[in-house]
Write a protein that binds this ligand. Sequence first.
Ligand SMILES: [Zn+2]
Length: 448
Amino acid sequence: MASDSGVAGEVTELLQQLIRNRCVNDGTAESGGEIASVDVLTTYLEGSGLELERYEPLPGRSSLVARIEGTNPDAPTLMLMGHTDVVPVNPDGWLHDPFGGELIDDEVWGRGAIDMLNLTASMAVATRHLADGGFRPEGTLIYLAVADEEALGTHGAAHLTEHERDAVAADFVITESGGIPIPTASGVKLPVLVAEKGTYWCTLRIRGTPGHASQPLRTDNALVKAAEVVRRIAAYRPETQIHDVWRSFVESMEFPPEMAAPCLSTEGFVEMCEALPMIGLARQAHACTHTTFAPTIMHGGVKLNVIPDLVDLQLDIRTLPGQTGADVRAMLDDALGDLASSVELVADNDDPSTASPTDTPLWDCLQRVAGKLYEGAKTVPFMTVGATDARFFRRLGATAYGFGLFSDHIGFDDYSSMFHGDNERVDIESLRLSTELWELAARDMLST
Ligand SMILES: [Zn+2]
């Protein structure tokens, strides 16, 4: 095995290459271009005895599977999965080139540095090192560099789990993100993402009556009605839900009672989030315990001097464990009140919340391994408020967690603001820690 600095150098260089490839996914089928990073990863992994296989449902939208076949077909399979696409950037807010992959003061800068090219790179380096070292596990190890995570996984994880089941079937899956150290009075806690919220994306159509805009009195203006719809949705306060994942997160954080009690009480929860000075933490705590409604796009009107008769309003709604589309529609009715009957739901996409249990061999493995790399740290279950590719594998029956390891160089609030935000970067120590984590976890889970 290479020395520590060797590993850090290797993963840093690979991450820089992935950032420079600009695999920007803007949601269109033609974007992404993940083939560039699959080429880089293929070159990196070749010649180590790994079985490599590429999948390309559309030109340029490639995913790569690398595999070390286990000696015992009955032993469990572990998959390390990282996505290769990134979200778009607006370079105006950046201090350095978002696709430069520059190394500045021991930090690698660029889009994807924490979401999640850092982990995609460190998983590849760990896999290569295991293969180079002649790793012959009982269970199978799979590394998957997957396309299209940032746009619902259609050309990536959704495609592979539907059409290439044998290539990606796994009992245990680790993907983004988690592992940001949270210092507490009882020691460092490392969140493992065991669950994620669901998405319910919909379009509301608001109708009016066209007319001449030079005489607006007593007209039926769809845009004016839509403004009131937006206002009511923004003002809507769905119930606080202290669900199992949140409860076990708060309990395993071992907060002092005066801190734990308000986190477990539906009474005053929103007020507590509104008063918290750490805004990133406040948003997370709120989103973890509430169905959220965010109006994001509105289209309406045809001409400056015509009273608009049609407005389409798009909402990004995120659901909690156990909630269905019917629950969301009831909440929308509640939010809109007497306007509900004049608003039509014209399209929706319901992708419910998923979760994996914590009484599993993978949970125990991550606790053991993370505790070794992070003296005395304890893993705690957490829920991500975004969506990850873990959901496709949970639905197939796999235990899937989001994890990684980060140094104490990046705080929780910094981390939240860099996710899809400006000035995304990661420190080398975090890259080294994650690489060690994957290597130790594979040895621990798959036994030789
Ligand atoms: Zn991601």
